[in-house]
Design a protein around this ligand. Structure first.
Ligand code: THG
Length: 266
């Protein structure tokens, strides 16, 4: 499982405050801890306030990029914030989170994706919002695939986020998501899938329990990458064990190594 570490997200109060104070030491510690816990990418989300997002995201990139050995996942719905942040980004590998099946987003972002050789997350969301059936979400996946092909970006660079909607708002959302997960690589084998896993439990009590169960199910349905808090040791323990159980962990080495390093909770 590709781990995209979610903690540096300005929708969280502690992050928003540290960002306003330009507390660079705080962000360096957040980034280092997440990298140490096994993150493959560090997600940076500077919030959604248009007046500040461009400067804030650039500042976060500047602070974090030289402190960790892992690449960054730039998380914004603001094309200009992504574009400006990429100008100062200095590593080879990068992930752009995200674009949608909307013409305007496609035209703004895919030339930059091509130019920077980035991996890119495409959301199964179009002009009409998030569709409520597997078939309709797959129609949007087809649009995302057509879009990357039009800009000569290989399908291998695209990760599809089928979008997790909380089960608390509609009991069918977990199953709808999981069915979409399996449909994607069946129709487009080079594509990988990703999600913001904790959305599933929004509004429910004991969210961490639900997130862990959902991790097991997602791995059972072939999820490739997850935007998660890698400091949640129980969540990662479920991840390591589920991958071994699904035959996604050669000789169970990932599980055994995590055990030896003391990363597995009972
Ligand atoms: N898909 C894609 N990108 C995404 C999401 C997604 N990026 C943002 C988000 N969803 C994933 N990232 C986070 C980051 C932090 C938290 C949740 C998801 C988080 N949430 C707690 C909560 O909601 O209660 C704590 C809030 C707080 O501390 O204030 O920490 O779906 N492609």
């Amino acid at each position: 499982m590709l781990i995209i570490a979610e903690r540096i997200n300005a929708t969280r109060t502690s992050i928003r405050e540290a960002l306003q104070k330009r507390d660079s030491e705080f962000f360096i510690q957040e980034a280092l801890q997440q990298a140490e816990a096994g993150a493959h990418f560090i997600d940076l989300n500077a919030g959604t306030e248009a007046s500040r997002e461009v400067e804030d995201l650039k500042w976060l990139v500047e602070i974090v990029q030289d402190e960790v050995n892992v690449p960054l996942c730039l998380d914004s719905a603001n094309d200009r914030a992504l574009e400006e942040a990429l100008k100062i980004y200095n590593k080879d590998e990068v992930m752009i989170n995200s674009f949608t099946a909307e013409d305007e987003r496609i035209r703004a972002l895919l030339p930059i994706v091509k130019e920077t050789n980035a991996q890119v997350i495409g959301l199964a969301m179009g002009e009409g919002g998030i569709p409520q059936s597997v078939e309709d979400r797959m129609r949007l996946v087809a649009l995302l695939v057509e879009a990357v092909e039009r800009y000569d970006v290989p399908q291998e660079k695209l990760l599809i986020d089928p979008l997790v909607v909380p089960v608390g708002t509609d009991q069918n959302q977990g199953r709808l998501f999981l069915e979409t997960l399996t449909a994607i690589p069946r129709e487009y084998p080079p594509l990988r899938t990703v999600c913001g896993l904790s959305n599933i439990s929004f509004g429910m009590p004991n969210r961490k329990l639900m997130n862990r169960a959902f991790m097991g199910l997602c791995i059972g349905h072939g999820l490739h990458a997850a935007i998660i808090d890698p400091l949640d040791r129980k969540l990662l323990s479920v991840m390591y064990s589920s991958e071994a159980l699904m035959g996604r962990d050669e000789f169970c080495m990932g599980y055994l190594t995590a055990f030896r390093e003391g990363r597995l909770e009972k």
